[in-house]
Structures are given as structure tokens and as C-alpha cells.
Design a protein around this ligand. Structure first.
Ligand code: AMP
Length: 223
């Protein structure tokens, strides 16, 4: 099964991609995570991406397409993958179509997580994660059980994403509306887009996605 999760920053793509990855054994390909790892490692890609990410803009298509091409060729993608944060522009989507054609793979579904702007800002403004294990939390909706101690690994250091600051967040939303939202009609025209209510509780969103996947499996078998 090959899936794309699409939605604005804070829609819950990463959270749902993690769940899908462990439930269905799919490789999670998060371009944001790949870029943050490159920034942390100080690689040439990281040096190039850092400034762009810090101002909430998009990294050039050619860089992102090459990154995904390389990643898709790795063995863990053989049983299927979930793309989280890619494609983010029409040229990226077109390049992905060409790449999948080349390797004889098909997309099963593009799932849009719909969340309104007020909720996106609330989610992003309050999110933080454990520096040691990466577990994600939120100031009000998912605080740690013990103040200052990670529930998962008992780490005591936490960090907030540089680009979650309010001024960068509004640039990221702008980039989503201008550059990424055109993917919705693009995939609708291909009959691949399924929208789910991303405002719902995490478990309810996961159930909605599971029911989309059941429907797409049926469509595939009856085709
Ligand atoms: P994310 O973690 O998905 O919110 O991505 C964080 C940042 O990484 C974005 O704001 C962009 O600057 C950059 N980025 C991630 N994925 C892409 C992509 N597919 N195309 C361009 N830039 C990207």
C-alpha cells in the first residue's frame, strides 16, 4: 500500500503516519524529518535547507524530488510507504507520478487531513517533544504525566521546533495555501483524494483513515 498524507502544518500527518507505519508495516517518509536530520548533522543539504525552513518557505523542488527518489529506492519501501510532507507542490507531484511509473508502483490513496486555521495555530503553538526519544507532547492537550519528565524515556530535556514560532507558522500556512493546496484538485482529478476530519480525536482520525483504506482496497479488487 502506497499512501500520501496531505494537510497543513499541524494537521496531524506525522502522528497518523507513525500509526499507519506501525499498523501496516509501511515505511514512513517524512521530508520534514529528513531535512531536520540533515540540518542537525550539518550536511550540505542541511546547510542549504536551514535558512529556508527557518522562514517557513519551501525547499526547492529539485532537492526534494532527489531526496525522495533516493529514499524510495531503499529496501524498506518495498512493502509500501506513506509520504508525509511530500509532495508539497504540483511539480513535486508530477515528478512523483513519473518516479512511480518508472519503478512500476501505484498510489493507493491520497488522504487529506482537514483542520481549520484556529485549531492548527493552537496545536502548533503548544507542541514540544522530548529531545532524547522524540516523543511528542502538547502544553494543554497532551502534557507529560510528570512535569518535566518524558512519559516514554524519562528524559528531562524538551525542545520546540524553530519553525513553530507564530511568525514562521503564518508563513508556513501561507505556503500551504499557495503552493500545496493546488494538490487537492490535482489528486481529485485522478480519483485518488479522500478527505477526513482532522479536527477529531487522534483515534477517531485513525479510524476514519482505516475505513478509507478498506474502501480503496475494495475498489482495487473490484477494478
Ligand atoms: P514539515 O515537518 O513537514 O512541516 O516540514 C518542515 C519544513 O521543511 C517545511 O516548512 C519546509 O521548509 C521543508 N519541507 C518539508 N517537506 C518539503 C517539501 N516536500 N518541499 C519543500 N519543502 C519541504
Amino acid at each position: 500500500m502506497n499512501l500520501i498524507l496531505v494537510g497543513p502544518p499541524g494537521a496531524g500527518k506525522g502522528t497518523q503516519a507513525d500509526r499507519l507505519s506501525s499498523e501496516y508495516g509501511l515505511a514512513k517518509l517524512s521530508t520534514g524529518d529528513m531535512l531536520r536530520a540533515a540540518v542537525a548533522a550539518g550536511t550540505p543539504l542541511g546547510l542549504q535547507a536551514r535558512e529556508i525552513m527557518a522562514v517557513g518557505q519551501l525547499v526547492p523542488d529539485v532537492i526534494m524530488v532527489n531526496l525522495i527518489r533516493e529514499r524510495l529506492s531503499q529496501p524498506d519501501c518495498v512493502n509500501g510507504f506513506i509520504l508525509d510532507g511530500f509532495p508539497r507542490t504540483i511539480p513535486q507531484a508530477e515528478a512523483l507520478d513519473a518516479m512511480l511509473d518508472e519503478i512500476g508502483r501505484k498510489l493507493n490513496a491520497v488522504i487529506e487531513l482537514k483542520v481549520n486555521d484556529v485549531e492548527l495555530i493552537r496545536r502548533i503553538a503548544g507542541r514540544f517533544s522530548c529531545t532524547k526519544c522524540g516523543a511528542g507532547y502538547h502544553d494543554t492537550s497532551k502534557p507529560t504525566m510528570r512535569t518535566g519528565v518524558c512519559d516514554v524515556c524519562e528524559g528531562v530535556e524538551f525542545s520546540r521546533r524553530e519553525d513553530d514560532k507564530p511568525e514562521t507558522m503564518s508563513k508556513r500556512l501561507e505556503a500551504y495555501n499557495r503552493q500545496t493546496a493546488p494538490l487537492l484538485p490535482y489528486y481529485t482529478a485522478k480519483g485518488a483524494l479522500w478527505a477526513v476530519d482532522g479536527m477529531a480525536d487522534i483515534n477517531v482520525v485513525a479510524e476514519q483513515i482505516a475505513s478509507v483504506l478498506k474502501k480503496t482496497a475494495k475498489l482495487l479488487t473490484s477494478a
